[in-house]
Design a protein around this ligand. Structure first.
Ligand SMILES: NC(=O)CC(=O)C(=O)O
Length: 298
C-alpha cells in the first residue's frame, strides 16, 4: 500500500563537495557532482550550506548575490541560474545548499537556500531563520548576525508525485519546533544543508539528526561541505541520512563524496504504526506548535 506521506520510493543524494574561494569553480564542481548523483539514479539531490563561497562572515558581502525580483538577471545571480540549469540537466529536484544573498531594497544580507524542480523552476526560497551566533571560549566564536539578517518563514516544499519536504539550514537543526511544524504539516523528510564544525560536530551533528528523526518519525538528511583544513572554518563533513526510526542509514567521512539513500514511505508508516506517538500526543495538556499563527511558505 502506498504511503500518504511519500507516494513512491525516492533516491536521495547528498553531495559533500569542497567549496573554495573561486565561485565559478564551486558552481562547476556542484554541476559535475550533481550530474554524477543523477546518473546514479538520484531524484532528490542536496548540496551544502554556502556551497558557492567559503563559510565566514568576512566572505558573505563579497560572494552575495541578489535574488529579487525573481528570476534575477544572470549578472545579479549566477548561482541561481547555475542551479536552475543543473536541476534541469540532472532531471532531479535540487536543494541548492545555500548562498549569501543581498537585498538592495532592505540593504540586508541573508543565508538563503533555493530549491529547483527537475524542469529548472524555482520551487522555494528559505532564508536561514536562526542565525549561528556562538561563543565557545578557546574553541570557536562565530557570529552570523554581524553581517546577516534572519529570515522569518518555515519552508515546506511539495515535490510533485512524491510528497513534501521541510527545508532549513544548519544551526536550525537545533530548533525542534521547526522540525515538528514541518513534520506535522505532512513532510516525509527534513533536509538541512549545513556546515557544523570540528568543535560542535563530533557531539551534536549525528545526535541532532537522530533526535529530529525520532521526535518526528521522518527521514532527516544533513549535507555538509567537505572539510578543508586550509580554510578559516573547518567543516565537520559527515553528511548523513537518518531514517524514521533514527537509524543512520548512510554516512560519509569528512572528505568529498556523495551519500545515497533510498527513502520509502512504507518505512515511515511501519515506524509510526509500531510506536504511535502521532496518536498519543496530548494537545489537551500542551499546545501543538504546528497550529496557530505560523509564517510558512508552501
Ligand atoms: N554552522 C551552523 O550554522 C551551525 C553549527 O555549526 C552548529 O550549530 O554547531
Amino acid at each position: 500500500m502506498a504511503s500518504d506521506l511519500l507516494k513512491k520510493p525516492l533516491k536521495l543524494a547528498l553531495v559533500q563537495m569542497a567549496a573554495g574561494a573561486d565561485k565559478p569553480a564551486n558552481l562547476q564542481r556542484a554541476r559535475t557532482q550533481v550530474l554524477e548523483a543523477s546518473k546514479a539514479g538520484a531524484k532528490l539531490i542536496v548540496i551544502p550550506e554556502c556551497f558557492n563561497s567559503p563559510y565566514g562572515t568576512q566572505y558573505f558581502p563579497k560572494y552575495a548575490e541578489t535574488l529579487l525580483p525573481s528570476p534575477p538577471s544572470r549578472e545579479d545571480s549566477p548561482s541561481f541560474h547555475a542551479l536552475s540549469t543543473i536541476a534541469k540537466e540532472a532531471n532531479a529536484f535540487l536543494v541548492g545548499g545555500s548562498i549569501p544573498e543581498y537585498s538592495p531594497a532592505t540593504k540586508k544580507y541573508f543565508n538563503t537556500s533555493l530549491t529547483f524542480s527537475p524542469s529548472g523552476d524555482l520551487l522555494a526560497t528559505h532564508r536561514k531563520v536562526h542565525l549561528f551566533d556562538i561563543n565557545i571560549p578557546g574553541k570557536i566564536t562565530f557570529k552570523e548576525s554581524e553581517v546577516l539578517s534572519p529570515g522569518n518563514k518555515v519552508t515546506i516544499v511539495d515535490l510533485p508525485e512524491y510528497g513534501k519536504i521541510g527545508i532549513a539550514i544548519c544551526y536550525e537543526l537545533r530548533f525542534p519546533e521547526l522540525a515538528m511544524i514541518a513534520a506535522r504539516k505532512g513532510c516525509f523528510a527534513l533536509i538541512y544543508p549545513g556546515a557544523f564544525n570540528t568543535t560542535t560536530g563530533p557531539l551534536h551533528w549525528e545526535l541532532l539528526a537522530r533526535a529530529r528523526a525520532v521526535d518526528n518519525q521522518v527521514y532527516v538528511a544533513l549535507c555538509s561541505p567537505a572539510r578543508d583544513m586550509d580554510a578559516s572554518y573547518h567543516a565537520w563533513g559527515h553528511s548523513l541520512v537518518a531514517d524514521p526510526n533514527a537509524e543512520v542509514i548512510a554516512e560519509i567521512d569528512e572528505k568529498e563524496g556523495i551519500v545515497y539513500a533510498e527513502l520509502n514511505g512504507e518505512r515511515i508508516d511501519e515506524i509510526r504504526k509500531g510506536i504511535p506517538i502521532y496518536k498519543h500526543r496530548r494537545f489537551d495538556v500542551y499546545p501543538d506548535v504546528s497550529e496557530g499563527d505560523i509564517k510558512y511558505e508552501e
